[in-house]
Design a protein around this ligand. Structure first.
Ligand code: DSN
Length: 419
């Protein structure tokens, strides 16, 4: 994969050009630890900026509502074929503009407004679109939330008892900040007990799943949804997969015309390129490093005295509980950003602080692993994080933060991206 030599063409709109240039420099010069982000290859970027953005192609390959779709059909067919190969599935829809659209389409395909949906609570590590009250998933469906036990692991007994009590139409297995393996087979058994559909949202884990480093739900979920831009390292977007032909038909109708209009063909072309990259042997090595780096870093932060939710990680991400340092997630996010390290504040299970503050931060290894960092560097980043957070508001703090900022910048320069 080629992550160097990215030169975007200067555009005459100076204000926008400046914003793009500044964002490029920010990405080059910050240590990126946001668990849902990654750096795409130069080829994926080129495909994203291609002329397919000009094309309307409502419908599906071979049965569009516009003429002139011959070549976008080729791109979409390649994307579908590669995605099915990656996940070993029979049917795929590559049109969702995002993970949220993919999840909404899955709900639309399988349930009606007023039906019950059982998903992981947002505050416990779930995702907004799995039934959180401000979203369509929480407003149009009767949503019930499950959580984790006192050790931070999914409470399958609770999932089962809630399923038996409420008889949901859909059970969602998937998360935004759950670091451990999800037992999809256990979820399917519970779904079967109550006649529910199982929807697995693997947005975070997709790149680890296709490389065999995280369990795949493909043989047990009725529908699998994902984003394409996290560990899978593709362009921003969503996908839906299934092995059931009648569900596949419902999914296609749900995506278009149910939830979306014209697909973004430039984005689908870029998805096809990224799926091609994920099929290559070096992607497996990349994913293995992502996992090794995350485990090494979380263990090191633990040694330094911080709590890790659930005690560690089986994936690219983990959540640090900051309560031993008496510092909020919001403060940590701001201070670390000023020290050259980007991450996001995140609730910890049973958090007593509101989502605008939180008691934790979420950390992910996918993006910096793309830049070539290995365990040694991730351990050093853990040291830098600890240095900032443990000295916060103490005397000499500003000088310490400046030191860390300089070291972060040097590390970024050693592992350039798009340079
Ligand atoms: N917002 C994404 C995340 O950060 O996990 C999920 O869609």
């Amino acid at each position: 994969m080629n992550f160097s030599g990215y030169f975007f063409e200067e555009i005459s709109d100076k204000e926008v050009f400046q914003a793009i240039t500044d964002e490029l420099h920010r990405q080059q010069n910050q240590i990126e630890l946001i668990a849902s982000e990654n750096f795409v290859s130069k080829e994926v970027l080129s495909a994203l900026g291609c002329v397919m953005t000009n094309k309307y192609a409502e419908g599906y390959s071979g049965r569009r509502y516009y003429g002139g779709c011959k070549y976008v059909d080729v791109a979409e067919n390649i994307a579908i074929e590669r995605l099915c190969k990656l996940f070993n599935c029979k049917f795929a829809n590559v049109q969702p503009h995002s993970g949220a659209q993919a999840n909404l389409s899955a709900f639309y395909a399988l349930a009606k407004p007023g039906d019950r949906v059982l998903g992981m609570e947002l505050a416990m590590g779930g995702h907004l679109t799995h039934g959180a009250s401000p979203t369509i998933s929480g407003k149009w469906f009767e949503s019930i939330g499950y959580g984790v036990d006192k050790n931070g692991f999914i409470d399958y007994d609770q999932v089962k008892s809630l399923a038996l009590k409420f008889g949901p139409k859909i059970i969602v297995a998937g998360a935004s900040s759950y670091s451990r393996r999800i037992d999809f087979q256990k979820f399917r058994k519970i779904a079967d007990l109550v006649g529910a559909y199982l929807v697995a949202d693997i947005a975070h884990y997709a790149g680890l799943i296709v490389t065999g480093l995280y369990p795949s739900p493909m043989d047990c979920a009725h529908i699998v949804t994902s984003t394409t831009h996290k560990t899978l390292r593709g362009p921003r977007g969503g996908v839906i997969m299934t092995n059931d032909e009648s569900i596949a038909k419902k999914v296609n109708s749900a995506v278009f015309p149910g939830v979306q209009g014209g697909p973004q063909m430039h984005s689908i072309a870029a998805k096809a390129v990224a799926f091609g990259e994920a099929l290559r042997p070096d992607f497996k090595m990349y994913a293995q490093h992502v996992l090794n780096n995350s485990i090494a870093m979380s263990n090191h932060l633990k040694k330094l005295g911080l709590n890790i939710v659930s005690g560690g990680t089986d994936s690219h991400l983990f959540v640090v509980d900051l309560t031993p340092l008496s510092i909020t997630g919001k403060i940590a996010e701001t201070e670390l950003e000023e020290a050259g390290i980007t991450c996001n504040k995140n609730a910890i299970p049973f958090d007593t602080l509101p989502p605008s503050k939180t008691s934790g931060i979420r950390i992910g290894s996918a993006a910096m692993t793309t830049r070539g960092l290995k365990e040694k560097e991730f351990l050093r980043i853990a040291d830098l994080i600890f240095k900032v957070l443990s000295n916060y508001a103490k005397s000499g703090y500003d000088a310490i933060k400046a030191e860390v900022r300089e070291e972060s910048l040097n590390l970024c320069k050693k592992f350039p991206i798009y340079g």
